[in-house]
Unconditional design. Structure first.
Length: 151
């Protein structure tokens, strides 16, 4: 059921993108926020409830830097509504630092072969706590998975 709701949410996001109004550009941030939230739900389903190792290999670590952007997108949307301005200033780029840190943290995992990622996904399917032990660069898997939800 969760996967169908998330896929329906992704479909609605694509409808919003194709019907975007040129006068209210702040809706871009809302669409990106909804897209990221639904992507996060799909990732949770594929990593926590699915026993497909191919989905696990794709969704386990690869999308962590993108998911961290949910907070900034919601902030930019609300601020854009209150100020009636969708533009970003130089100071706003600071909100992208956590995503960049996650990208650096996961960079070693990105360079591994598909066979390594499939074996890691198989270990995670056998024991879900194994997902905290991916080969990170800056901070541990515990910090990575907890921080992803709080940023």
């Amino acid at each position: 059921m969760q996967s169908f709701i998330s896929l329906f949410g992704l479909f609605l996001c694509f409808l919003l993108i194709f019907n975007m109004n040129q006068t209210n550009r702040v809706n871009i941030y809302l669409t990106l926020f909804l897209l990221l939230i639904n992507l996060f739900n799909v990732i949770n389903y594929c990593t926590m409830f699915s026993s497909n190792k191919y989905l696990g290999a794709i969704f386990l670590v690869h999308f962590q830097p993108i998911i961290v952007l949910t907070g900034p997108m919601l902030f930019f949307y609300v601020r854009g509504l209150l100020n009636d301005d969708a533009s970003l200033s130089k100071k706003d780029w600071l909100h992208f630092i956590p995503s960049f840190l996650y990208l650096v943290n996961c960079s070693r995992y990105y360079l591994y072969s598909v066979d390594y990622k499939l074996s890691f996904a198989q270990k995670v399917i056998a024991n879900r706590m194994e997902m905290l032990h991916f080969d990170s660069l800056l901070f541990s898997g515990n910090v990575s998975y907890l921080g992803r939800s709080t940023m």
